[in-house]
Design a binder for this molecule. Structure first.
Ligand SMILES: [Zn+2]
Length: 374
């Protein structure tokens, strides 16, 4: 695989590993600037060594959200935008949500942003869009890519196991979404970017090899996982859309997320929901051979064969403490059923769910899929 440092430079991202706040490239770049730190009560203590080093170089103001788990909604984003006035740079100490807030607030105020990654839990570090909750619904807004991604192996290794599991969920999902993409290219003529797909696939393979080390929280596991999470953003930039990183498994995750929002319940980690969606996608691909033939089926069968068996993915997720049934995140059988029937509507993008819908296969396999994964 291409060196992650070289790749990062190509996309103007400073992906820097350091320990105890020692990030020389970042610190040199911040010299004399005014930096706003965004954190929450969980992530603020982890950023202390970096903040001490940063204060030697520049003026730091802090916005520590009082909530233990802030959400990226109008209120939190507005607070960041208001505090960004007079600042030169927004630095998030966190992973998904805080980075999303910094990327979006930075985009709105035309200031660069970066992230001190506290957990390898999702692939939004280097993506140029950000999911936000507006008026109680989830939408995706254009944002900016983090200019700096600061990684301390000790911090990342000590992130809760479930967060490492969530990161692996978001990475192994790529097996399915890349297959969705290829199948769509073949059956619908959608444009396919082989370079972006190959780059992503190689990073996924390396991450999968590192799962045993990841389960033990070792640095040699965390590094390939972070690489894959960063590559995901770069692959999206290369493709010009989120195809290399998101397919049916993400649509299922988004469907559930909206359901949790509607019910006013806390939303489980993105990567955990995506991992469950990945299991369903794998199951649907593997079961195509039991369905009647359809136009282009030989190609799709061959693609399905290349995918890992559902049981293998389940073993991986279980080894990282992730649930492999929807009941594990409090989703009922009825909701799983509704998700299987409706998640394809989330986005006008051809996936395995669209294929099942168009060919009338979902009704044939609905009951057993609900039972298998509820
Ligand atoms: Zn994702």
């Amino acid at each position: 695989m291409r060196d992650i440092g070289e790749l990062s430079r190509q996309f103007h991202v400073n992906a820097e590993w350091g320990t105890g706040g020692n990030f020389p490239r970042f610190l040199a770049h911040m010299r004399g600037k005014k930096v706003l730190l965004l954190a929450d009560p969980n992530t603020r203590p982890l950023a202390e060594p970096l903040l001490s080093a940063l204060r030697q170089e520049c003026e730091v103001t802090e916005l520590v959200y009082p909530e233990r788990e802030p959400v990226a909604d109008e209120r939190t984003v507005q607070r960041a935008i208001a505090r960004a006035e007079g600042q030169d740079y927004l630095l998030a100490a966190g992973a998904g949500t805080l980075n999303d807030i910094a990327k979006y607030a930075g985009h709105c105020t035309k200031k660069p942003s970066g992230v001190f990654a506290t957990a390898p839990s999702m692939d939004g570090f280097t993506s140029g869009v950000t999911p936000l909750i507006e008026k109680g619904a989830k939408i995706t807004r254009t944002a900016q890519v983090a200019s700096d991604v600061l990684m301390d192996a000790k911090v990342l290794c000590s992130a809760p196991k479930i967060m490492r599991g969530a990161g692996v969920g978001d990475v192994l999902a790529k097996y399915c979404c890349l297959t969705d993409w290829r199948v769509s290219a073949r059956l619908t003529g959608e444009e396919y970017n082989a370079e972006a797909a190959a780059l992503m696939e190689e990073a996924v393979r390396r991450c999968e090899e590192a799962v045993p080390a990841l389960a033990e929280g070792k640095e040699e596991g965390v590094r390939p996982l972070m690489d894959a999470l960063l590559v995901s953003g770069f692959a999206m930039s290369m493709a010009g859309n989120s195809r290399p990183a998101s397919g049916a498994e993400h649509h299922m995750s988004h469907y559930l997320e909206m359901d949790f929002l509607r019910r006013g319940l806390p939303i489980p980690l993105h990567g955990i929901k995506v991992a469950l969606g990945t299991l369903v996608s794998l199951y649907l691909y593997k079961n195509l051979q039991h369905m009647p033939p359809f136009s282009g089926c030989e190609y799709v069968y061959r693609e399905a064969e290349k995918l890992p068996p559902v049981e293998e993915a389940e073993r991986i997720f279980l080894s990282l403490g992730c649930p492999v049934r929807f009941s594990g995140i409090g989703v009922s059988k009825e909701t799983v059923r509704a998700m299987l029937l409706n998640a394809y509507k989330i986005r006008d993008r051809f996936t395995i769910l669209t294929l099942y819908r168009r060919c009338g296969f979902m009704e044939k396999i609905l009951d057993e899929t609900v039972e298998r994964f509820s």
